[in-house]
Write a protein that binds this ligand. Sequence first.
Ligand code: I6G
Length: 675
Amino acid sequence: MMPNIPEALRGDIEALREKLRHHNYRYYVLDEPTVSDAEYDREFLRLQSIENEHPELVTQDSPTQRVGATPLGAFEQVAHEVPMLSLGNAFNEEDMREFNKRLCDRLKSGAPIEYACEPKLDGIAVSLLYQNGVLVRGATRGDGSTGEDITQNVRTIESIPLRLIGEGYPHTLEVRGEIYMPKAGFRHLNQTAAAAGDKQFVNPRNAAAGSLRQLDAKITAQRPLQMCAYSVGWVEGGSLPDRHTEVLHALNSWGLLINSEMAVAQNIDECMSYFQRLDGLRESLAYDIDGIVFKVNSRLLQERLGQVSRAPRWAIAHKFPAQEEITRLLDVEFQVGRTGAITPVARLEPVFVGGVTVSNATLHNRDEIQRLGLKIKDYVVVHRAGDVIPKVVSVVTAKRSEDVQDIAFPEVCPVCESPLETLAGEVVIRCTGGLICGAQRKEAIKHFASRKAMDIDGLGDKLVEVLVDKGLINAVADLYSLEFSALTKLERMGEKSAENLLAALKESRLTTLPRFLFALGIREVGEATARSLAHHFASIENISAASEEQLLSVADVGPVVAHYIADFFKQAHNLEAVENLIAAGIHWPEIVLVPAEELPLTGQTWVITGNLEQISRADAKAQLQALGAKVAGSVSAKTYGLIAGPAAGSKLTKAQDLGITIIDEAELLALLAEH
Ligand code: I6G
């Protein structure tokens, strides 16, 4: 017999569930919570406690029922009612244009085709089946016809609704999408694994796959997984909008997460612009993507186009170049940097990754080699993303052969044989040789001559190596006494090149104090700090005489940097180098200190967004600050101006809405040059 439960209590419980579903949706799907975590927790506990008292009222779609009780013995097979197709690929613009032409020809239409553009998340394709709005099954794609039942696991993912919200969804609705692990969650998961001495995942995709493969859903529940919907499969008892992007918006209104970068392109040219824009955004996205999926937006046209073998004709994945490849570690060499840091560098069998051929990758330090468990001749996974230096991310131990060799870290500096040291709290091993060390000297001179330092045209890294190796220069000041006759004796140095180099050296003598300070190569003093120091102290004499305490009063100088600066100017050989350079004729326009309230941009707050190409963000920020401006991270009514580079997103839209001045990089450079 049914227990006697007041109808009012049933109603209360359902209302509470609805409320929690709504907050869940706002938090996990819209990313716009309207209650605090504490308030959510209180309501959740209230529901849990009522359900504990009345277990007969617990329903499978209750927000308390995400984690099942008993681990499975094995995953069951699931036959997909509508096959889960795969996508054809495009690797370049030509492939994309051919795809578009194929479709135009087939549709026999001269009108441009409208496309839906969606980032292709690097995750696991899944199917979620909703019957009357209740999640009844979750399955992997498998071979497209048959997958595995992972209902227990998908139920633990908070961005997957256990019951759809809103109205108008079909009675049977199969949603398809990608389960993925955001980059931040992946990093955190690996840090926790490392701290516990457990095995780490190679990348977010493997972590997502491993998490879904758990027979115990309690483990899946602890993994930071998300699900993003990208299409529908089996649909009955209801209808969907005519355009694919509208279908996705409908899914979103029923509680499912869709990609916020989704857009509509009116033609193939707009698809290509979208591809370029997302390529620029790729690194800054919270999740890994491996390409862009373009789909004919009209579902009617999709139907007309149909499919070929197991892929729809109306969709294509335009892939970015792979960011990870496997290659062989041939050797490890040890480089000595400007500050004496010894960096192990992997010499690799050349491999095409991230759009370029890579044959070297940094291994950072000894700890990293140990963490990777790396041996010479191992097969390794190399990662290269954007302009970031290639990195060895893991060893493919399954491919390890018998002939691998241990990597021996040097006992003394590989260049000058000085002893090595590791300072307390650092992992970096350094050569103690200072400027006695040929490698450190060369690096110091290369840095001095570099574009953002003294900008000596024609004095590249190779030439510095030759000049030091031939004994023509030992220190930076020696550059200014180089003679024509000595230069023309060098291999591949004609009279014209020697003349040009001497002219560039002469020209470089007129510089600015910030450039000169940066060129000295003081540890941790980058361009921005050099500029702040110059504008605070106005002269090299004042800077070299400043105490650590005085240095600390400079914007962006902390105790560590203050110590490095003071320490640099305490050393006689550094003071001598500065004197020699000034004696060689290096000079700069005097810096006139202006009171803060009289600076040209005082009272203005600027925000920087999008990509800057000619100036780093740190530098732009420092230069704006040096002119008296504040630089903020978000746009508000108080913002004076927005600097928007390519791939600017929501900050640009907000600034446009607020009618704030918007300038591009070229206008920023003009503004900085003006003052
Ligand atoms: O594997 C896929 C990833 C992303 C897809 C897909 C997608 O859209 C953003 N869309 C379809 C239609 C298919 N696979 C078959």
